[in-house]
Design a protein around this ligand. Structure first.
Ligand code: PLP
Length: 408
């Protein structure tokens, strides 16, 4: 067994694995220039937001698709389209970005957290069933890190209980569950185009659906419920302005052309790492279901939590820029949720009669989702991008295996 770099041995890599490249270039500049020259920067004046929206819809196979200002906005628009009542419950994942959760509360609905499957950190359908109450209206799975939730089970649950299924695909462009792209399986799919995502325009989001009524409400909800095609100005219901500019759409259009190549490379590199880690002691790579395709927003694996820091230290010394965990704790332990810091000092919509029975109050506490909590203490992650070569992926696996064999 070779000596670890932290113990004075030769590191696997002389310089860290951190390939980079230009994500944005001439194609984006050309389209941006056209938009500027057109003098039309607003989506109702220009054509690029409409063009990107329908191109993305066609690309993933959804009849209605609309670009908005962020992934958070895309989810808010989906919930606005669903027309929830205050106090309705949305079952979702505790390991995600706050962008999944804020829109639920902004629509005065209640986030309810179901636990995750240990191997994938994706929503556990059996626990979802346990969290259903008479107030549940929506299930919102988060396809964590480019890996699909069990959509067959979640669809069956949603159908049985007549719930809306809204997929948070912010981390999951071109992720495939049983032959179908995520975002095309539930009633609505939501994507993010922020800087860190597979494709980006700085900030942006997309909401997609096949349902014409939901599709119409998605459009309205992102533009103050102002039906632009009408002859008389009116605002049909309460809704924000999540209009995105033509500039962002120009960049997004250029990015969309690169998406296949980006997700194919990430999928291949990530799968290669996992295959090379087979049998490595103590290492539990993220589990991708047979037949599914993961597009690895980043790569993660688990180690025993008590030695995680030692692992991270050793991996870095060998040349793999790894870090511990993802978010520091499940979202329900953030102050905003645990202390219900919502609107002024009201804690609305929690505990507000007649919307909710204070007897059945929601309590976010440690231990609420034990599998998720444990997973966050065991997870090690590193960035994986389309700029990784096959050799980079092989070296990452060699490093992880070397460290595991020495520390296990
Ligand atoms: C799973 C998930 N949902 C929602 C969001 C929110 O997206 P945005 O940052 O574009 O608002 C993110 C962003 O990181 C995310 O990862």
């Amino acid at each position: 067994m070779s000596t670890l770099a932290i113990h004075g041995g030769q590191p696997v890599r002389k310089s860290p694995i951190s390939p980079s490249g230009e994500r944005f270039g001439d194609d984006e500049i050309a389209l941006l220039t056209e938009v500027i020259r057109s003098q039309k920067l607003n989506c109702n004046a220009g054509t690029r937001v409409k063009e990107f929206s329908s191109a993305f819809g066609q690309y993933i196979g959804r009849a209605h698709s609309w670009m908005v200002t962020s992934g958070t906005a895309a989810i808010h628009v989906a919930l606005g389209a669903a027309n929830l009542n205050p106090g309705d419950e949305v079952i979702t994942a505790p390991v995600t970005d706050m962008g999944t959760i804020c829109p639920i509360l902004m629509q005065n609905a209640i986030p309810v957290f179901a636990d995750l499957e240990a191997g994938s950190m994706c929503l556990d359908p059996e626990d979802v069933v346990r969290r259903i109450t008479p107030r549940t209206r929506v299930i919102m799975p988060v396809h964590f890190c480019g890996n699909a939730c069990n959509m067959e089970a979640l669809t069956a649950i949603a159908e049985e209980h007549q719930l809306l299924l809204i997929e948070d695909c912010a981390q999951a462009f071109n992720t495939v569950f049983a032959g179908r792209k995520v975002g095309t399986i539930g009633d609505i799919g939501c994507f993010s185009l922020n800087q860190s995502k597979h494709i980006s325009c700085g900030d942006g989001g997309i909401t997609v659906t096949d349902d014409p009524e939901l599709g119409e409400r998605v459009l309205l909800f992102s533009d103050k419920a102002w039906p632009r095609s009408g002859t008389r100005r009116d605002h049909l219901f309460l809704a924000p302005n999540y209009r995105v500019t033509e500039l962002q759409a120009a960049v997004a259009l250029a990015q969309l052309k690169k998406l296949d190549a980006i997700t194919n490379t990430r999928r291949d590199r990530g799968d290669l790492i996992t295959s090379l880690l087979e049998g490595a002691p103590e290492i539990a790579p993220m589990h991708v279901r047979e037949g599914d395709e993961c597009t690895y927003w980043f790569y993660w694996f688990r180690v025993p939590s008590e030695r995680r820091n030692e692992y991270v230290h050793a991996l870095k010394a060998e040349g793999l820029p790894a870090s511990a965990g993802y978010i520091p704790k499940p979202v329900y332990l953030y102050d905003v949720l645990r202390e219900k810091k919502t609107y002024g000092d009201t804690h609305f919509p929690y505990g507000y009669a007649p919307f909710r029975d204070p007897e059945n109050e929601i309590d976010y506490h440690e231990g609420l989702c034990p599998v998720a909590e444990r997973g966050l203490t065991e997870m090690i992650r590193f960035g994986l991008s389309e700029f990784w070569t096959e050799d980079d992926a092989r070296d990452a696996a060699i490093i992880i295996r070397k460290v595991a064999e020495a520390l296990a």
